[in-house]
Design a protein around this ligand. Structure first.
Ligand code: 13P
Length: 248
């Protein structure tokens, strides 16, 4: 049995004081304990978020990291820095990072290997653009993204990861993939992992769907066999919506 995992990706939203208020609103409501809740907050709020969720079941994630431990990489944040604030998860290879910050399958793989080495669970993002779907290359593209992300990752380490399928055309557009489209791609991802690591590992890895997930569509998405969670942007910024997603 895979424990459902609903993660909020706040992106570049919320100052420290705003983050404090939102976390306060979320943690003071009744949350379904059989669903894992994760808040991926901006770097500046990580320490505060960790402190505020200490006696709760809420886990905290970063939205990116560099693969090196230290060095001349102006503006970057390292895995050892995330370790010191006891961050649990780190989003790797979000499409916005691939699109605006030139992240490639190769740098995604470096970050995945480094995150695992440092005991941070990576949430590995994959997904196609609308053009790629229209050209009908989305399945091979996503399979390639998965193979590249898991390159040199051992079978045991692979089980420590979470994968997020986020079709770029559904992010922040209000256009959700239909539950069938999302399920088809999450099944393809699981099959790709199965070909790499075998059935047991493939069955243990949690796969999230991301792209305009909201209270109105979460339960249908979550009813799909290969969808084990959601990576949520917009709807994670409002406590009442995020709590509804956790309690779907
Ligand atoms: P939205 O939920 O705002 O579409 O964002 C999805 C996303 O990119 C989560 O990482």
């Amino acid at each position: 049995m895979r424990k459902p995992i609903i993660a909020g990706n706040w992106k570049m939203n919320k100052t420290i004081s705003e983050a404090e208020q939102l976390i306060d609103e979320i943690k003071n409501q009744k949350l379904n304990e059989s669903v894992e809740a994760v808040l991926c907050v901006p770097y500046l709020s990580l320490a505060k978020a960790k402190e505020m969720t200490k006696y709760t079941n809420i886990n905290i994630g970063a939205q990116n990291m560099h693969w090196e431990e230290s060095g001349a990489f102006t503006g970057e944040v390292s895995p050892t820095m995330l370790n010191e604030v006891q961050v649990d998860y780190v989003i790797i290879g979000h499409s916005e990072r691939r699109q605006y910050f030139n992240e490639t399958d190769e740098t995604v793989n470096k970050k995945v290997l480094s995150a695992i080495y440092h005991g941070l669970a990576p949430i590995i993002c994959v997904g196609e653009t609308l053009e790629q779907r229209e050209e009908n290359i989305h399945t091979s593209l996503v399979a390639e993204q998965i193979k590249a992300a898991f390159s040199n990752v051992s079978n045991e380490d692979a089980t420590k990861t979470v994968v997020a399928y986020e079709p770029i055309w559904a992010i922040g557009t209000g256009k959700t993939a239909s539950s069938e489209q999302a399920e088809e791609m999450c099944a393809l991802i699981r099959n790709t992992i199965k070909a790499l690591y075998g059935k047991e590992t493939a069955e243990s890895i949690r796969i999230q769907y991301g792209g305009s997930v909201k209270p109105g569509n979460v339960s249908e998405l979550m009813s799909m066999e290969n969808i084990d969670g959601a990576l949520v942007g917009g709807a994670s910024l409002k406590s009442s919506d995020f709590v509804k997603l956790i309690n779907y």
